[in-house]
Design a protein around this ligand. Structure first.
Ligand code: BEZ
Length: 209
């Protein structure tokens, strides 16, 4: 069965390009962007690995560790990283899981047999410091992921946790957020002394910093 939002991310021990990891220890007090790839030495994956490396500071700002996975060995990953660095003009520092036996890909339902019997599709798991899965996204092999969206959802989740709010369609940092319907107007006045706009009883906007 697929993993769902709110599930604890299953733990595992596995070799990566930065040595053996215990996933829960790796998470520690950070958020994690765990993302799978069909295979090393493939074009779309090369651009995604490069983009993740280029965004290292953006992930760090959000206390988020990237962890890649593809169903190849550490040796293959290490050779491929040289190509990623050369072609994407970057230095890839985050670990990549060597899941050549497909153990983690099976555990995380990253293999979708209708797409491929052997290679992982492009799965994304955003995991919080409590080890809970907070977001999942699944892209087909032919479509590279949107990294602006990945950073945006991390911002939205962290803003939601910090302020007890929800975020509207296409929300970006600095834009108005939504007061959840479970909060009464009386509670909202206390919680959001900056005030709020009540467009409908169930649609109330406020600003948070
Ligand atoms: C790619 O990463 O370019 C790719 C991998 C598998 C199938 C199609 C594209």
């Amino acid at each position: 069965m697929s993993l769902r939002i709110g599930d604890t991310a299953p733990n595992f021990e596995i070799e990566t390009t930065k040595g053996k990891i215990d996933f829960h220890e790796f998470i520690g007090n950070s958020w994690v962007f765990f993302f799978s790839h069909p295979a090393d030495f493939t074009p779309v994956c090369t651009t995604e690995m490069g983009r993740t490396a280029q965004l290292a500071q953006e992930f760090e700002k959000r206390n988020t560790k990237p962890l890649g996975l593809s169903t190849d060995t550490v040796d293959e990953h290490n050779k491929w990283i040289l190509d990623v660095n050369e072609t994407q003009k970057t230095t890839l520092e985050f670990p990549i899981v060597a899941d050549d036996k497909h153990v983690i890909a099976q555990k995380y339902a990253m293999i979708h047999p209708g797409e491929s019997e052997t290679a992982a599709v492009r799965s994304v798991f955003i995991i919080d410091p409590n080890k809970k899965i907070r977001l999942t996204m699944t892209y087909p092999m032919s479509v590279g992921r949107n990294f602006d969206e990945i950073l945006r959802v991390i911002d939205a989740l962290q803003t939601s946790d910090k302020h007890g709010v929800a975020t509207p369609a296409d929300w970006q940092v600095g834009k108005k957020v939504i007061i959840p319907p479970s909060v009464t107007n009386e509670e909202a006045k206390e919680k959001f002394p900056q005030g709020f706009d009540e467009v409908k009883p169930y649609l109330r906007y406020t600003d948070v910093k």
